[in-house]
Design a protein around this ligand. Structure first.
Ligand code: SAM
Ligand code: DTB
Ligand code: SF4
Length: 329
């Protein structure tokens, strides 16, 4: 089956509204055409600058505009990042994702983030960053330093977006994705469900992602983690089957992308997560913490992987390791 970038809203809606078991079955069939069904890509997240963010994303613990009681932390030192990355590698992660609560990186931050990328890459981990909006030159410098992925989410549909964020536009986000793509990096972009949006908005988000000129290689589907003090703290909890439907449709319409179980796993049962894997999810964040909120944790994930017979995708060997192998053979 070829990868399509011309999906229509009607097609996506028809997929989304199928009987649940038909949808999950179709997603699993698509999944098996492109991936090993029992291998999950595991990433670790680290917050490299926490809180006091000038943006007003209504879900976020890190926005300076809401009283979320979060303890802010200035940009952390490069050696601390390296220590955390080594631990992530030892615990079985293949990708290390560094996030900062910025609207965009300032030029004074660039030497530090570039150094972080170089050092983490040298450990043999894939590198990912999420630092807010990027201009073309910043994207190019990150790529040159060895950044593999840049995460920047569309978050929701174009129509619902103004209810969630007012300080940057939907087109600002698409421009950053263009800069990342033009610089030659892989794109990680997805969204959040459970923001109070309706089904049409979840379909709208999927439509935007699946009609990008090139699909994001990684598509995180976050489930809102309600944060006390933020405007979305008391939004009605979305039924978990809607999250699974969103994952399943993402799998069908972006068949070669990694679909990532992101925020929200901590509150889900093992069987909900198994259903998400059945629906084609094949990537997750490991560790006790996401950026600021608790995550499922390594112990629980190890049990889940054992119970379901899943294995973590191996980190790709570094260029240095490859040449040592070549010399030895
Ligand atoms: N500040 C950068 C930015 O927004 O571009 C990077 C970090 S930001 C925390 C990355 C993504 O995490 C957001 O786009 C959003 O999709 C997700 N996220 C943040 N807070 C969340 C929450 N409370 N529940 C679920 N997802 C959340
Ligand atoms: C993404 O889509 N989800 C991750 C990652 N990209 C950076 C972040 C989730 C954050 C959840 C809330 C928190 O821990 O602050
Ligand atoms: Fe800032 Fe990112 Fe949180 Fe928005 S999601 S408030 S940009 S840290």
């Amino acid at each position: 089956m070829t990868v399509r970038n011309d999906w229509t809203r009607e097609e996506i809606q028809a997929l989304y509204e199928q009987p649940f078991l038909d949808l999950v079955f179709q997603a699993q069939q698509t999944h098996r055409q492109h991936f090993d069904a029992n291998t999950i890509q595991v990433s670790t997240l680290l917050s490299i600058k926490t809180g006091k963010c000038p943006e007003d994303c209504k879900y976020c613990s890190q926005s300076a505009r809401y009283d979320s009681k979060l303890e802010a932390e200035k940009r952390i030192a490069v050696d601390k990042v390296i220590r955390e990355a080594k631990e992530a590698l030892e615990s079985g992660s293949s990708r290390f994702c560094m996030g900062a609560a910025w609207r965009n990186p300032h030029e004074r931050d660039m030497p530090y983030v570039l150094e972080m990328v170089r050092e983490v890459k040298a450990l043999g981990l894939e590198t990912c960053m999420t630092l807010g909006m990027l201009n073309q030159s910043q994207a190019e410098r990150l790529h040159e330093a060895g950044l593999d992925y840049y995460n920047h989410n569309l978050d929701t549909s174009r129509e619902y977006y103004p209810n969630v964020i007012s300080t940057r536009t939907y087109d600002d986000r698409l421009n950053t994705l263009d800069h990342v793509r033009n610089a030659g990096m892989k794109v990680c972009s997805g969204g959040i469900v459970g923001l109070g949006e309706n089904q049409n908005d979840r379909i709208g988000l999927l439509l935007e992602l699946a009609t990008l000129a090139v699909h994001p290689e990684s598509v995180p589907i976050n489930m809102l983690v309600p944060i006390e003090g933020t405007p979305l703290a008391d939004v009605e909890k979305l039924d978990v089957t809607e999250w699974i439907r969103t994952i399943a449709v993402a799998r069908i319409i972006m068949p070669k992308s990694y679909i990532r179980l992101s925020a929200g796993r901590e509150s889900l049962s093992d069987s909900d997560q198994a259903l998400a894997f059945m629906a084609g999810a094949n990537s997750l964040f490991s560790g006790e913490k996401l950026l600021t909120t608790p995550n499922a944790g390594d112990g629980r994930d190890k049990q889940l992987f054992n119970k379901l017979g899943l294995t973590a995708e191996k980190a790709k060997p570094t260029v240095a390791e490859l040449s040592i192998d070549a010399m030895a053979s």
